[in-house]
Design a protein around this ligand. Structure first.
Ligand code: GLU
Length: 506
């Protein structure tokens, strides 16, 4: 690693909600910065005004707040290298473009969109692809062809122009990417990219390089889709005679099945979120978010950390501190990482098991309050301890525990058919009498006495317990029966058994 102070950035364009691939990029930047005692910067790249989406910038910041990735420098935090939004830096790019023109590294071009379309169509009809490059720039409408004075006269007369990078001809460019290793490109295969647009705004390439330089970025860690831009970016650093950062291009996130990039549309199509938090577009259409689906932010980040990076061990559950300790760009995989929605749930389940029951109770109580359910706080913590192993999310807890709070109003038909036989009501009546006689209603004591009764009467344990469960829960599920009745209490247990005897019809 170079000796530079580590300064990394996440540089989203506010063109919509943040894809989880973007969150993963931010996470890897964050882990790298924290590991090396460096700084993590959030820079909003909004030079393309045509793609601006209202609310996207706020969305991005809120999503990071939720998942717990904090930035050292940003719009909100401020910092010594601001402004941190490119549209607020608009004025400063022109002088760098001018510097390239003055040093013969860039040129003015006047080709109209119509002219370029015609050239493209012509190349296509001949089976080729048009690129604006060292091979043809001398024949096109630019200052390289007509001369700088003629070009300046055109500009003065108000003719629209762009500034293009003058990609050198036939140079072997050797580059190193931390993830992919050595990459070799001949510059003749690269085109003369536009750096400055006719609307007076820099393009992504220009603004990105100038800002990374001015913000003293040491490592550019970003998605694989930017790998093809690396040669241009390195050539720009050379043209400016600036020290280039090191680059690391992260593998794509792939669809759960089949090949291809996990797209923004996949989530709603396949029923899992691809965004950290819910997004509502201008038409009011909602896209699911991990937050709203009930994921713990730490589980979400833990899951993302392992999509494209491997610790080299079997360990899967990492605290943020563990991740910071273990993370290295050298262990980022080259090949794409398949997203697995079931595994995402598994991670949340693991965090559910790890999380303190009192903390889960805090969240669960919000759901209970909405349902107007009364509960005792201490009992709630106990109930969570009994059922959480059956839940992936706090949102699942109701389904696994409603019977602690209210008597069943209906009985699952399949379970009735299987577990409620002709002789069952009489058997439940006997059980009712046994329960009436029990004073110490602790789980251990009811278990001892009821089991002793079953044995003494030579009844089938399965038949009694299944019908008992159906009466209390309304279905064939739930934790240990004697734990349930300890919590609901003797009177409620008796009521539910009586009600079942009266209402269950085979
Ligand atoms: N604004 C670019 C994006 O939206 C940033 C790419 C980079 O990190 O250089 O992904």
């Amino acid at each position: 690693m170079s000796e530079r102070t580590v300064r990394v950035r996440f540089a989203p364009s506010p063109t919509g909600p943040l894809h989880i691939g973007g969150v993963r990029t931010a996470l890897y930047n964050y882990l790298f910065a924290r590991k090396h005692g460096g700084k993590m910067i959030l820079r909003i790249e909004d030079t393309d005004q045509t793609r601006f989406v209202k609310g996207a910038e706020e969305y991005i910041m809120d999503a990071f707040d939720w998942c717990g990735i904090d930035f050292d420098e940003s719009l909100v935090k401020g910092g010594d290298y601001g402004p941190y939004r490119q549209s607020d830096r608009k004025e400063l790019y022109a002088k760098y473009a001018q510097q390239l023109i003055d040093n013969n590294k860039a040129y003015y071009a006047f080709d109209s969109p119509e002219e370029l379309n015609e050239l493209r169509a012509k190349s296509e009809s001949e089976g080729g692809v048009f690129t604006y490059s060292s091979a043809n720039r001398d024949d096109l409408n630019n200052s390289e062809n007509i001369g700088i004075d003629a070009a300046k006269a055109k500009i003065e007369s108000g003719e629209p122009f762009v500034i293009r990078f003058k990609m050198p001809k036939n140079q072997e460019l050797a580059m190193t990417d931390i993830v992919r290793g050595d990459v070799l490109v001949n510059t003749s295969t690269l085109d003369d990219k536009i750096l400055f647009k006719s609307d007076g705004m820099p393009t992504y390439h220009m603004a990105n390089i100038v800002d990374d330089h001015l913000m003293e970025i040491s490592h550019v860690i970003r998605g694989e889709e930017w790998l093809p831009s690396m040669p241009l970016h390195i050539m720009l650093y050379k043209a400016f005679e600036w020290e280039a950062p090191e680059f690391a291009h992260l593998p794509l996130l792939l669809k759960p099945k089949g090949n291809g990039k996990l797209s923004k549309r996949d989530g709603d199509k396949l029923g899992f979120p691809v965004f950290p938090t819910q997004w509502v577009n201008a038409e009011g259409e909602k896209s699911m978010g991990y937050r709203e689906e009930g994921y713990f932010p730490q589980a979400f980040l833990n899951m993302l950390a392992l999509l494209g990076w491997n610790p080299g061990t079997e360990q899967e559950i990492f605290t943020m501190d563990d991740l910071i300790q273990s993370f290295s760009l050298e262990r980022v995989n080259k090949s794409g990482a398949r997203f697995d929605p079931e595994k995402a749930k598994w991670f949340n389940h693991q965090y559910m098991l790890e999380t303190n029951n009192a903390d889960i109770a805090e969240e669960y109580s919000l759901i209970l309050d909405k349902k107007n359910i009364n509960y005792d706080k201490e009992l709630l913590v106990k109930i969570i301890g009994l059922v959480k192993e059956r839940a992936n999310f706090v949102n699942d807890l109701w389904e696994q525990s409603y019977f602690f709070f209210e008597a069943p109003t209906e009985y699952d038909a399949k379970t009735v058919k299987k577990r409620w036989k002709e002789h069952t009501p009489a058997m439940m009546q006997d059980l009712l009498e046994v329960i009436k006689s029990i004073d110490d209603f602790s789980s251990a004591n009811t278990e001892k006495l009821i089991k002793a009764w079953i044995e003494e009467k030579e009844l089938s344990m399965g038949q009694v317990m299944n019908a008992f469960r159906l009466s209390i829960v309304g279905a064939g599920k739930g934790p240990h029966m004697f734990d349930i009745i300890e919590i609901i209490g003797k009177q409620e247990t008796l009521n539910r058994i009586s009600k079942a005897i009266d209402t269950i019809k085979r």
